[in-house]
Design a binder for this molecule. Sequence first.
Ligand code: SF4
Ligand code: SF4
Length: 299
Amino acid sequence: MSNNLVKQITVLSGKGGTGKTTFTAALAQMSASTSILADCDVDAPNLHLLLNPENISSEEFRSGKIAIRDAEKCINCGKCLDVCRFNAISSTFDINTLDCEGCGACAWICPTKAITMDLQSSGTIYVANTRFSPFIHARLNIGAENSGKLVSAVVNRANDRAIELGKGLVIVDGSPGIGCPVIAALTNAYLAIIVVEPTSTAIHDMKRVIELVQFFKLKVAVIINKVDISEEQRKRIVDYCIESDIPIVGEFPYNMHFYKAMVQKETILEHKNLNLSETMDKVWIKIKEILDRSEIMST
Ligand code: SF4
Ligand code: SF4
């Protein structure tokens, strides 16, 4: 899924709240001169809160067709209302775009061609600058679906931008879970980093994400966050990773300053109460070893 010019790291987690965005931002800082960042958690984006981006351009994202009725051509025959299975057409034959599933039956049956199918605006993609790297992020419109398509568009823009600017790395903050937006965030990925906490449910969710990543034959590594909350569950993660030949590139104890850093819009490297530069250096070296294993990344 990756190309030879740009290596993409997608940071994922089985569930929300594990510190995925925290580590994405730290990796962004570590790779600042060589990377492009992308926030692909379009349903609940929050990397921008940390990065405070300055948008330099925006583009409407259109996908998924909906029915549009031209009232002047309509002869009020009611055929569209009869045929719509999604209750998207009112008794006065107005179309509720939020309910329209885009099946096209009404356009097909309309005797006067008053209904056409058109792409709908489902979000906006932004190109921005941050204190670290250029940043591609997006907003999904309220009620809009197709977040997977929007995520794919964000990933593709980020990779195009990396090639344009001669950057060797794209760092993607993915969505939690294993749904369509997660699969889309793996488009072009070379390495997936899974952030996990040592709890039973988080381990279960981590395994599902790893199975997904391995289905696409991508490299995978793990970061364990809040590692000290359960030694027993930590051991389960370590044993699983050893058995599955998955490198653990970092382990971080619980620290309330992770949260405070986020609130103060700082990375964990910038926050004055955290002293993590040496630890993150080691994480970054391990990640670069994985990235460099088969091909040399341009820096
Ligand atoms: S089928 Fe066409 S003409 Fe008939 S009510 Fe619907 S939009 Fe109007
Ligand atoms: S496209 Fe399908 S769902 Fe949408 S209004 Fe027409 S019949 Fe209903």
